[in-house]
Design a protein around this ligand. Structure first.
Ligand SMILES: *[C@@H]1O[C@H](CO)[C@@H](O)[C@H](O)[C@H]1NC(C)=O
Ligand SMILES: *[C@@H]1O[C@H](CO)[C@@H](O)[C@H](O)[C@H]1NC(C)=O
Length: 401
């Protein structure tokens, strides 16, 4: 593990030294709305405010390229950790945007965002740059408040009773939290397609998240202090480093960058698209460190449950030494789960266990490519054929709502 972090550090320094040696991608300066328009789709921005004060912008693609009117089937898409809504549009270069595919096939697509992302860095009273309390959340709050508020807004705006849900990774986690703790939301979701959903983390072996388990055990005081912070810290200019490094062909830095990527993702699936990087780096959010630690708690305990404050504060908050597991068995929404043997975060066995734990898992779809990684679920070169088309085809079975 130490060696891997060493490689990161060396690479970052190398990047700094090589700033300015790179070429530009024509889409590198476009905003989300400009990007969507450029590829021929209509777009609207909508802002919601959660009951705990976070202000989040969603983007809506109300119909397809050749459509004239708003499609009648709302579908909400929720991104994963270190992602945001652009995850569902950026694969347009490989004809692999799930958002556009759904919009072209009768869905009214709503691209959701989590607090802390570039589209959720706003609060009624808290300043994300000055007040660390802004960052006092995990995916528990993202599910209970952000996803809930966005779903309610969509149903009100479209005057529909139900919508479909798509979640990648933590977007699946947020779905499990919301629908198990606020079962009334089960009436609002007709069907869910979960792509590499993160729930049980018993088998996860991702270098980034698993190393937090080690940190957590050894230096708890550090964790106490660093739970509630923005990560990576502002002092690290991730975007600059990545955009300089990953598009630099002269010094083959892009190969190095790709190599690091494969280490983090647990192998080379042959699906990595380096061409997308100069655009993708513009849409990497920061997160609350607490989100990763919450996943690390799940790796350590084997449980999928709310935040563990330690016994003393647990007694105060939950009235017992440990929080109860999320009651997955009460989730009756039909759910399709898409997963892969090459995924070191949403590990195949863990996804299968999640499928068994909920009441109505209607499809287990194992990606045929055994190397397919966690990020490939949104970024792969062959995303359209391998995943998006099967997702669309199955979602159509639940088109009556
Ligand atoms: C995407 O793929 C579909 C089906 O193969 C094809 O009809 C469409 O023209 C493609 N679009 C682009 C932009 O390549
Ligand atoms: C963070 O929020 C929790 C409630 O979700 C609260 O118990 C805790 O005291 C907060 N911590 C800080 C440092 O604000």
């Amino acid at each position: 593990m130490k060696t891997k972090f060493g490689v990161f550090v060396v690479l970052f320094i190398f990047h700094l030294v090589n700033e300015g040696l790179c070429s530009e991608h024509p889409d590198a300066d476009l905003t989300t709305e400009e990007l969507i328009k450029k590829y021929g789709y209509p777009v609207e921005a909508h802002e919601v405010t959660t009951e705990d004060g976070y202000m989040i912008t969603m983007f809506r693609v109300p119909h397809g390229k050749n459509g004239k009117r708003v499609n009648q089937k709302p579908i909400f898409m929720m991104h994963g950790l270190f992602g945001q809504c652009e995850n569902f549009i950026l694969n347009v270069y490989n004809n692999g945007s799930l958002a556009y595919l759904m919009a072209d096939n009768g869905f009214d697509v709503w691209l959701g965002n989590a607090r802390g992302s570039q589209h959720g860095r706003k609060h009624k009273h808290l300043d994300p740059d000055e007040q660390p309390e802004f960052w006092n959340f995990t995916w528990h709050e993202i599910g209970l408040y952000d996803v809930a508020t966005q779903i309610d807004y969509i149903l009100e705006k479209t005057k529909k009773k139900k919508l479909q849900y798509v979640g990648h990774s933590q977007g699946g986690t947020a779905f499990f939290v919301l629908t198990s703790l606020k079962p009334e939301y089960q009436q609002k979701i007709v069907f869910a397609s979960l792509l590499a959903p993160a729930g049980f983390m018993r088998n996860a072996r991702n270098p980034a998240i698993n190393s937090i388990v080690l940190i957590q055990k050894d230096i708890t005081w550090f964790v106490e202090k660093t739970n509630i912070i923005e990560f990576p810290p502002k002092a690290i200019p991730v975007k600059v480093l990545l955009s300089r490094g990953c598009k630099n062909t002269i010094l083959r830095l892009r190969d190095l960058c790709e190599f690091i990527w494969h280490i983090a993702m647990g192998g080379n699936s042959g699906e990595f698209d380096a061409e997308m990087l100069p655009v993708a780096v513009n849409f990497i959010p920061t997160i609350s460190f607490k989100q990763s630690i919450h996943f690390a708690q799940g790796i350590e305990s084997g449980h999928f449950r709310p935040w563990d404050y330690g016994e003393e504060k647990n007694m105060e908050v939950y009235g017992k030494p440990l929080p109860d597991d999320y009651p997955l068995e009460i989730i009756k929404i039909p759910i399709a789960m898409y997963y892969s043997l090459g995924d070191n975060l949403a590990f195949a066995q863990d996804v299968e266990d999640m499928c068994d734990a909920v009441a109505n898992c209607v499809r287990k779809f194992l990606i045929p490519n055994k190397q397919w990684t966690h990020a490939d679920f949104v970024a792969a070169l062959h995303l359209r054929e391998v995943l998006n088309l099967p997702v669309l085809e199955f979602a159509r079975k639940y088109f009556v709502y």
